[in-house]
Design a protein around this ligand. Sequence first.
Ligand code: ZN
Length: 199
Amino acid sequence: MTFPFDYPAAQHVRRHSPRGYADYSSFRPWLRDEFSFRCVYCLLREQWARHGSFGADHFLAVAHHPQKATDYDNLLYACVTCNAVKSDRLLPNPVRVLLRNSVQVAADGHIHTDDAAAAHLIELLGLDSDHSNEFRMLWIGIIALAAKHDPALHRRLMGFPADLPNLARLRPPGGNKRPLGIEESHHAKKLRGTLPDFY
Ligand SMILES: [Zn+2]
């Protein structure tokens, strides 16, 4: 069974590259798909949170790198909590350091790592705080209960959201430098019948 707090097994390779949007919020559907509808830092999923709890995070903060404000490759998908705690700081890149072989969450919600950069990131974002551990323990418990007693609820909590963005319909003003990624989007997989029930 999929564990709700498994970090990605491998470093993420970007599938999409929309260009030319003047406002970074226009990148949102691309980022949702790119990062699988969950926060790259804490793994909070859209399915567990209220609408509006996620947004674009600038890996290199706009305060220090204004030219990166609408550079897609500088944008990550993050929950508002992680985004606010991060603020304008430069952190280790979560896509590179929060990986399954070096960062594990235990059944009691505690997060462990033997990697120095990951430990630094976890420390800076408070991902090992009592509050964070409590939050994970709560969801681990809820999801285990749903798995046992309510398969439909379990699918909702651990599956993809219903409103998968149809990226094929979007027309970024500056084009898309990685057009092949559209075929790998979750919406395209759903149309082909190859989207898994759980992730
Ligand atoms: Zn988060």
